[in-house]
Design a protein around this ligand. Structure first.
Ligand code: 13P
Length: 251
């Protein structure tokens, strides 16, 4: 089964509008004509429009870092799917571990957001992953199982096929400690097994599973060579166009 790789930069809470536009221009210059890998950048909300402009005419797609599930109304601070759609957003990261850790994201809210995004024709990047304590305590499989089943509850196979899953072990995010390629692949195979139970093999085989957590130009090639690692969700290394390019096209 060959799945087109997808590399997305999660800029997190970094970049002013000038910095975002400049970085996006640089990204478009170095990887904007790549067509054998899907490439996306996910700047902070306030920089989405400037980045949309900067990547116009390139193959780089725009992603957001979160979304609210309600369509509109009294939800101070929140942004809807229709708002994202109206400015050219393609992907939306949902359930990032930082959202789960610091902002009360649960499997249930991940599910609501995923359904809302799909209904609005946004492509969800659904994040899952265990903490170090969970891994060391032998709870890794149960945690990931609950995150995948909870996140995808009530979603059809046809809709699931539009989603990307990002496996981001919390202990590898921003720490410089990467999961080994074997650890990553093992987790991805486990996630695909759950997706197979939920949606059948044909659909599960088409869903791309990204790895995220200290992915860099010098470890990208090995990680991306694994059977079930279908791309990367990149934090720190996405903030420098040359590093990001070195992951999109690793040497
Ligand atoms: P780092 O690449 O900085 O470890 O971040 C990974 C991540 O959280 C991407 O969403």
């Amino acid at each position: 089964m060959s799945r087109k790789k997808i590399i997305a930069g999660n800029w997190k809470m970094n970049t002013t509008v000038e910095e975002a536009a400049a970085l996006a221009k640089d990204v478009a210059a170095v990887v904007g004509s790549v067509s054998d890998v899907d490439v996306a950048v996910c700047p902070p909300y306030v920089n989405l429009m400037a980045v949309a402009e900067a990547i116009k005419g390139s193959n780089v797609k725009l992603g957001a870092q979160d979304v609210h599930w309600e369509a509109k109304g009294a939800f101070t601070g929140k942004v809807s799917c229709a708002m994202l759609k109206s400015i050219g957003v393609t992907y939306v990261i949902i359930g990032h571990s930082e959202q789960r850790q610091y902002f009360g994201e649960t499997n249930e809210t991940v599910n609501k957001k995923t359904k809302a995004a799909l209904a609005a024709s946004l492509l969800p990047i659904v994040c899952v992953g265990e903490t170090l304590d969970e891994r060391n305590g032998g709870k890794m499989d149960a945690v990931i199982d609950a995150q995948v089943r909870g996140g995808f509850e009530g979603i059809s196979a046809a809709d699931a096929a539009k989603c990307v899953v990002a496996y981001e072990p919390v202990w590898a995010i921003g720490t410089g400690v990467t999961a080994t390629s074997a650890q990553a692949n093992e987790a991805h195979i486990f996630i695909r097994k759950i997706l197979t139970e939920l949606f059948g093999k044909e659909t599960a085989d088409t869903i791309r599973i990204q790895y995220g957590g200290s992915m860099k130009p010098d470890n990208a090639k090995e990680l991306l060579s694994m059977s079930d690692v279908d791309g990367g969700l990149i934090g720190g290394a996405a903030l420098k166009a040359s590093d990001f390019a070195g992951i999109v096209q690793p040497k």
